[in-house]
Write a protein that binds this ligand. Structure first.
Ligand SMILES: *Cc1c(COP(=O)(O)O)cnc(C)c1O
Length: 663
């Protein structure tokens, strides 16, 4: 008597496109096929995604001797306060399996949204491995071993458990992360042979139609085809052994209060609300979130200084060596800069009184724009109130729905926010990995859009592979954009930035900078062609709808720029100090930083906080950088050098850093 793999797939045609509604499958003896087909068909007709206009049922014969048998994974349930804690739980579980780049995992989850197939991802590098990235990989051809079938027909949980149990046994798979695409189903899971099946509620907001599934692969790349074949073709029956049908039902009930009853017109949204998602009072969410941050050593607070920036600062009567300032060239507290700022303030007042397009523009603004354009060797420049606004406004103005933005996995938050606000499709490529960038671009043939990257990565201090980046952008006819926040005043003999560093005559289409770091003031700017700047002046919302910079910071930045041009030795001193600092930390494995940012990775959030506190005891001011500035489990001390640090101070500081961080 042959076994059959019975599959149902329901879809609807919407504006010429086939839209997936639901799917399910069974493995059954031929005698039970008619009944099962009937059940699957009925199920196709009740789905919260709506009524299908096509239901396909296929039955394929299997050789019973080829079927493999595995036990079901053990089930654990995690009830979390909210989606953020649910996700944190999932990330922690994955981290326990050595999959610990949460930022990348969340980016992958975005990529998995709306895909029917799963992503297949290398568990170490987190690069995607599917042969056909549009289709993904589909776990298929599995069912429960006998007995419980009648129950299983309507039980999402059992189906998910069967799938997870098969996947966990696939050769090379070390974990799975899954969010249902059913809008009424907020539960998701992390599963692996060692963790079992870890249900997490909630893992997404109620009503969200976006799910996604990621398989993490740790096997040899040459065995990948075996793994995919197992997932897609190998018939597997899962034995629930310990579970009786009654137990399965009660698990289902306790965990899924809103599951549809056996009625054809069940509108699942009208049933009992998800009690775990109801807020007892309007502040409860905030309290819970803060509590969870505190538990994870992620709560932050403000630590005010009582002096302006310099190599030394004061706080509550104590002096500290400042090793974490972006005032790289010592221009934020420089006498000539302050004199110009004071003069502008006396002449023009404290506020600009309007946006640049209304009454807020002063000749100070346009003069600084001209100088910045000249300094950067570009036709034109536009000032923004902050670097953050420059990124957000520029990306939003340049890209929209239908465009694609290729963005480095470690780009600054302001770039990420600009991408999100634009409405364009966001494709995140592996950090500074130009072959991944190119591969991702090839997956989107003919795409219009933008490639965007930090020039100096703000938390790691490493440099964009700029020549290759430009070449790829040009080859695929995409706009190129770099954020030179930490490059201006730092890279190149004159501090002109990443182009000067690489000695290129060629440049990015869009270059963003800030006045708030090496230029010692505040504000952001964009330089590029006349055409680009005219466009941004008219279309960048964060430029149009925000008050122009006030006179003092504009004059200060201009004075600082003049000093930078006249005194390139400051850039040289900064580089010397960085070289000294990195070589002193060589016993920690520190290599020379190409920028003025030197991260010392401690990984553990609590350890980073402890080291920062102990350094503070000894008069060193440095921050522990934690999630969300960097991925969870990648906490660090982020040191930043200044041109006015003295060698003796750096030598003393490094001996303490070595002592504390090697512990
Ligand atoms: C600091 C920073 C910004 C934001 O600049 P602000 O002027 O501080 O708003 C943008 N991009 C990067 C890479 C940064 O480090």
């Amino acid at each position: 008597m042959p076994l059959f793999n019975l599959r149902m797939h329901a879809s609807r045609t919407d504006r010429g496109q086939e839209v997936h509604i639901s799917g399910a499958e069974r493995i059954a003896w031929d005698s039970s096929l008619p009944d099962l087909a009937h059940d699957l068909c009925q199920r196709a007709l009740v789905h919260s995604r709506g009524l299908p206009d096509a239901v396909y049922i296929t039955a394929k014969a299997l050789n019973p001797e080829k079927v493999l048998h595995y036990p079901a994974l053990a089930v654990h349930s995690y009830e979390e306060k909210d989606v953020a804690s649910g996700l944190a739980r999932a990330l922690t579980l994955l981290a326990s399996q050595g999959i610990d780049d949460s930022r990348r995992i969340l980016a992958l989850l975005e990529e998995a949204r709306e895909k029917r197939g799963a992503l297949l991802v290398d568990a170490r590098s987190l690069e995607r491995l599917e042969r056909d990235p549009r289709r993904g990989v589909r776990a298929s051809c599995m069912d429960l071993e006998g007995g419980i079938r009648k129950i299983a027909q309507k039980v999402h949980f059992v189906e998910a458990l069967i799938l997870a149990s098969k996947v966990a046994h696939a050769p090379g798979i070390c974990a799975e992360l899954c969010l249902s695409d059913d809008p009424d189903y907020v539960t998701g899971y992390v599963a692996s042979k060692s963790l079992g099946y870890c249900r997490i509620t909630p893992l997404k907001p109620l009503g969200s139609p976006f799910g996604g599934r990621i398989f993490f692969y740790e096997g040899d790349k040459s065995d990948l085809d075996d793994c995919v074949h197992f997932l897609e073709e190998q018939p597997v029956l899962i034995d629930m052994g310990a579970y009786t049908s009654q137990q399965a039902k009660s698990i289902e009930k306790s965990l899924l209060p809103s599951q549809a009853p056996d009625s054809l017109h069940a509108d699942t949204r009208n049933h009992e609300p998800h009690s775990s998602l109801q807020r007892p009072d309007k502040w409860a969410y905030l309290e819970q979130k803060l509590e969870s941050l505190r538990e994870q050593h992620l709560l932050r607070s403000i630590d005010p200084l009582s002096s302006g920036p310099g190599p030394y600062v004061s706080k509550q009567g104590k002096r500290y060596l400042l090793l974490s300032s972006n005032d790289y060239l010592g221009l934020a507290n420089e006498e000539r800069v302050k004199a110009q700022a004071a003069k502008a303030l006396k002449t023009y007042g404290t506020g600009s009184g309007g946006s640049r397009l209304t009454s807020g523009s002063l000749c100070l603004h346009t003069a600084l724009e001209e100088s910045l354009a000249r300094f950067k060797g570009k036709e034109s420049c536009l000032l923004f109130a902050t670097g953050y606004q420059a990124n957000v406004g520029t990306i939003q103005a340049l890209c929209g729905k239908g465009d694609v933005i290729f963005s480095d996995a470690l780009n600054h938050a302001s770039i990420i926010d600009g991408c999100r606000l634009s409405g364009a499709e966001i494709v995140v490529y592996a950090h500074n990995d130009m072959s991944d960038l190119e591969a991702k671009i090839r997956e989107h043939p003919g795409a219009h859009g933008l490639v965007v990257s930090d020039a100096v990565f703000s938390m790691d201090g490493d440099l964009l592979n700029f020549p290759k980046f430009l070449e790829i952008a040009r080859r695929y006819d995409l706009l190129s954009m770099v954020d030179e926040a930490h490059a201006t005043g730092v890279l190149g003999a004159h501090g002109r930035g990443i182009e000067e560093y690489y000695g290129l005559s060629d440049s990015a289409d869009v270059s963003v900078g800030t006045l708030s770091k090496a230029l010692g003031s505040e504000g952001g700017f964009v330089v590029g062609s006349q055409r680009l700047i005219t466009y941004l002046r008219n279309c960048a919302r964060s430029f149009i709808f925000s008050t122009a910079l006030s006179p003092a910071p504009v004059a200060a930045a201009h004075a600082a720029l003049n000093i930078l041009e006249a005194e390139p030795w400051r850039v040289e001193r900064l580089r010397d100090n960085t070289r000294l600092f990195c070589s002193l930390l060589a016993p920690l494995g520190q290599v020379l930083s190409p920028s003025a940012i030197v991260p010392v990775l401690l990984y553990d959030e609590a350890k980073a906080l402890r080291c920062a506190a102990e350094l503070a005891e000894r008069g060193i001011f440095v921050q522990a950088i934690r999630y969300p500035s960097v991925a969870r489990g990648r906490a660090r001390l982020r040191f930043a050098l200044r041109s006015d640090h003295e060698s003796d101070d750096l030598i003393r500081a490094c001996s303490w850093i070595l002592e504390l961080c090697q512990k």
